[in-house]
Ligand binder design. Structure first.
Ligand SMILES: NC(=O)c1ccc[n+]([C@@H]2O[C@H](COP(=O)([O-])OP(=O)(O)OC[C@H]3O[C@@H](n4cnc5c(N)ncnc54)[C@H](OP(=O)(O)O)[C@@H]3O)[C@@H](O)[C@H]2O)c1
Length: 331
């Protein structure tokens, strides 16, 4: 049977999604964005990836976050997204804000990773082909490269914008002093750094503790949080063991030894606070990040439409009492 042509929900901008201004820029991003690091590779059923992408867009998620090596296999999440573009999203390209990144290992040999001009230029060209796009909305340097002069990496970002292959640029996981240098270098060339992408969640508060969140805010750069659910730890996923098919059961990125008795105890205590707030733990974990206006958006991952639907409910209540915040801080 020929599948129906996708027609997005007509109320996609009226059913609760909040949009936040991305630093000092004209860009609004949805409070919740969808990341394609996992569950969109060629090992995953296309039907599920497609269903999640449709559900996201139907509910006001306009921002999809990718990188060259998301999969597995490397490149296949971008290929899947390219298929989704072709099948469904092409007429809505101007309603979408699509990112990609380069810097982590992607292909063999000396030009297959890190921050050289050679790697970044070639990688972005490959990404555009895989995704069936003429340009991305934002291109990131995925990680700071200690062995390439930072000027080389940053000038490449500037040139990518000048070439029209990306509308905006961003940096991911840069140490604070390198971020400061990057903000200044880009600004001096009239390319404002739109976003800093960093790991931030209830279990990892480094952006707050190291001052990276405020630094971005002071620079007029948005902050977008990745792994906001600590890859699933900050949900009900592992409350009663390690379920078959979960990220921890099959993926090297979330190791079983992270679920120590002490961590499980913290998860249970946080779950109890969430229940009192009338939220799932996933909803509360996202709401906790979104309580701070300096957080432009949180990039969630999901393996099912049901998880995505749960995560979207977080937007309904992002206010915390002082007592709740203190209790959470003491867990
Ligand atoms: N810049 C960088 O270096 C970098 C690094 C990592 C990630 N990222 C970006 O951030 C995105 C998100 O990262 P992440 O996947 O680690 O995010 P996450 O949201 O912390 O974790 C996602 C995982 O949590 C579980 N989950 C999600 N919602 C749930 C719910 N409501 N109830 C129960 N379980 C739930 C699912 O695990 P199961 O699969 O077990 O169901 C899902 O795959 C990535 O896709 C990528 O775009 C960027």
């Amino acid at each position: 049977m020929i599948p129906d042509i996708y027609s997005p929900a007509t109320d996609r901008y009226d059913n609760g999604m909040a949009y936040r201004c991305c630093g000092r820029s004209g860009i609004l991003l949805p409070a919740i964005s969808l990341g394609l690091w996992h569950n969109f590779g060629d090992v995953n059923p296309l039907a599920n990836s497609l269903a999640m992408a449709h559900y996201a867009f139907d509910h006001g998620i306009t921002h999809f976050d990718l990188a060259n090596n998301y999969g597995p296999s490397y490149g296949s999440a971008e290929e899947t997204f390219g298929q989704i573009m072709k099948k469904s999203f092409l007429p809505y390209r101007d309603e979408l804000f699509i990112s990609t990144k380069a810097g982590h290992d992607m292909w063999r040999g000396p030009y297959g990773e890190w921050g050289s001009r050679k790697h970044l230029m070639a990688s972005l060209d490959q990404s555009l082909k895989r995704m069936n796009l003429d340009y991305v909305d934002i291109f990131y340097s995925h990680r700071y490269d200690p062995d390439t002069p930072l000027e080389e990496t940053l000038q490449t970002l500037v040139d990518i914008v000048r070439q029209g292959k990306a509308l905006y640029v961003g940096i991911s996981k840069y140490p604070k002093d390198k971020a400061e240098f990057a903000y200044r270098y880009l600004e001096e060339r009239d390319v404002h750094c739109l976003l800093y992408q960093g790991r931030y969640n209830l279990f990892n508060r480094e952006p707050e503790q190291e001052g990276i969140l405020r630094q971005a805010q002071d620079n007029g750069t948005g902050f977008i949080a990745f792994s906001p659910l600590a890859q699933g730890l900050l949900t009900d996923r592992y409350l009663n063991g390690i379920p078959e098919g979960s990220r921890m059961s099959h993926n090297a990125f979330l190791k079983k030894d992270t679920l120590t008795p002490a961590t499980l105890q913290r998860i249970k205590a946080l779950n109890a606070v969430a229940a009192r707030r009338g939220q799932t733990l996933a909803e509360m974990a996202l709401a906790w990040l979104l309580k701070d206006e300096a957080v432009t958006s949180v990039i969630v991952g999901a393996s099912s439409v049901a998880q995505l639907a749960d995560n979207l409910k977080a937007i309904g209540n992002t206010a915390f009492t002082q007592e709740e915040l203190e209790e959470i801080n003491n867990i």
